[in-house]
Design a protein. Sequence first.
Length: 215
Amino acid sequence: MKNPSVLVRSALRWLFAALAVGLLFGCAQNKYPPAPVSASTADYTYIVGPGDNINIIVWRNPEISMSVPIRPDGKFSTPLVDELVAQGKTPVQIAREIEKQLEKYVRDPVVTVIVTSFVGPYDQQIRVVGEAAKPQALSFRQYMTVLDVMIAVGGLTDFADGNGATILRTSEGGKDGMGGTQFAVRLRDLVQRGDMTANVEMRPGDILIIPQSFF
């Protein structure tokens, strides 16, 4: 039988180790400031990108109105519009450029461009990495929240440290050598406890990082 003092020392070592690890992870979760509830996207305008599909409507000219995809090189073409760049432009900007090209064929063309399938520019997509059920890149939408993102990726895995998650906001500076600013976000409270105070708005280009829990 082992000496009781040896057992006590062993138990104390495990206790101190557990406390140290707990403190370590507690500090890690509190390292970053909470993400702001509002991300100030009220003036956001959708920017067209490769993979999008646009509907070109030419007023009083249905025969040249059509739906076209934006190719991987960011361009599109129609029988009367040759190799026009759409990537990085708004639907209104694209419509005005189409009008200029159509002036050779149509008198006073009036064009409307509607995006019917959304992918968006690469640098504006929302990326979810780590312990999400389905990590992926998502098209950004105005007023998109972290709850919308979690629904799209199927929630957290059983191994996720939801309250240790962070948002890397690439649109803000380059602090911490991370190419952006990091904010803490309480995903476990939001997803598993329904705490809507943990719901925050996303910004174009945000990266949601969900670490693995060790407990």
